[in-house]
Every structure is written in C-alpha cells, then in structure tokens.
Design a protein around this ligand. Structure first.
Ligand code: PRP
Length: 188
C-alpha cells in the first residue's frame, strides 16, 4: 500500500495495519462463536469507533445490526471528568437485545463506565464491551473489556480512528506523533 502522506508527522508506528487486521479477524471469530444463533446489536461510540466498527462487523459471520451513540464528557482538558452527556442517542430499543459496545480506546474508563450503567438501565439481554486499544496505566475505574485488541503505553496515540485535533483518524496504523506536531490539544 502507498505510504500515507501523514507519515512525516509520525514518530513511531506502535501497531501496524496488518497487526490490527489480524487481531480484528480473531476477535470477529470469537464474537461469531459467542453469539451463535443470536442477532447482536453492535453500538459504536462516535466518532473514533467508526473505523473499528467497519472492520469488525465484516469479520462477524452473523446477522448483526449496528447503531451509534455520540457522547461528550463534561469538564476540561484531555482527561474525562466521568460526567457524560448524550449528544446523539441510539435509534434502536435495546430491551432484550444482546448488545456489544464497540470502542476505539479505553483510557480512564470513565466514558465506558458511564455508558455501561446507562445502557444496563435499558434492560438489554446482555451487555459486553469490545475495545481495540487500552491504556491500562491511565485507568481510574475498573472496566471489564471482554474483547480487547491491544494494550498501549501512556503515549498520545493516533490513527485507526484515534485523532489529534480531529485529524489522523484515517491513518491505517496506530502511531505516536512527533512531539513537534502537537502542542496542548485533546484526543487519543
Ligand atoms: C475517546 C474514546 C472514548 C473515550 C475514552 O473519545 O473514543 O470514547 O475517549 O476515554 P476515557 O476512557 O478516559 O473515558 P473522544 O472523547 O476522544 O472522542 P472521539 O471518539 O470523537 O475522538
């Protein structure tokens, strides 16, 4: 594949596109086994999760459905406050459904912790979490991620859905940017 024009901004490729695709294939196979006979509803959290959602759903060999939520955390800076506002709610009623939340990254865990509680209150038949990347060293609340792609160190990562200041989501690899590229911003 042609080298991305964004690569000059990249200090290091942490996880290559090939590794990501191989891992998503494995996770898709596990989900296919675990939900056999069911019609799971995958819920993506905008915006970062759209990339993993697109690849994951094509590796699940079941009649699954998808829906999206957009949420925003109150508070300032790069760290979540844990207070979350729903900007766009689901289209689907999840009562009695087998729900799988799909996230790009778990950082402090506060977003997923809130989301999990809020979705459980709607009485799904089951609720599990799939996240491509986790930063365990940043965790502030315990989160049980049943389907996990990779652990990454506490570095500012971009690519494969993760952004810096809105950009780099379309990089196929998960990368660390050169320090001169970013100042004080929010994201990944
Ligand atoms: C990211 C990610 C999670 C959240 C994780 O979203 O997609 O939703 O942060 O952080 P936490 O574990 O500390 O709560 P972000 O707010 O960057 O929005 P985006 O997906 O639109 O980039």
């Amino acid at each position: 594949m042609k080298m991305s024009s964004m690569m000059p901004d990249v200090r290091e490729v942490l996880i290559s596109s090939e590794e990501i695709q191989a891992r998503i294939r494995q996770i898709g196979e596990r989900i296919t086994e675990d939900y056999r006979g069911e019609r799971p509803l995958l819920i993506g959290v905008l915006r970062g999760a759209v990339v993993v959602m697109g690849d994951l759903m094509r590796n699940i060999d079941l009649p699954c459905e998808i829906d999206f939520m957009d949420i925003s955390s109150y508070g300032s800076g790069t760290s979540s406050s844990g207070v979350v506002r729903i900007l766009k709610d689901l289209e689907e009623d999840i009562t009695g459904r087998h729900v799988l939340i799909v996230e790009d990254i778990v950082d402090t865990g506060l977003t997923l912790s809130y989301l999990r509680r809020s979705l459980l209150a709607r009485n799904p038949a089951s609720l599990e979490i799939c996240a491509l990347v986790t930063k365990p060293s940043r965790r502030r609340v315990e989160i049980d991620v049943k389907y996990l792609g990779f652990e990454v160190p506490d570095e500012f990562v971009v690519g494969y859905g993760l952004d810096y200041d809105g950009a780099y989501r379309n990089l196929p690899d998960i990368c660390v940017l050169k320090p001169e590229v970013f100042g004080a911003g929010s994201g990944g």
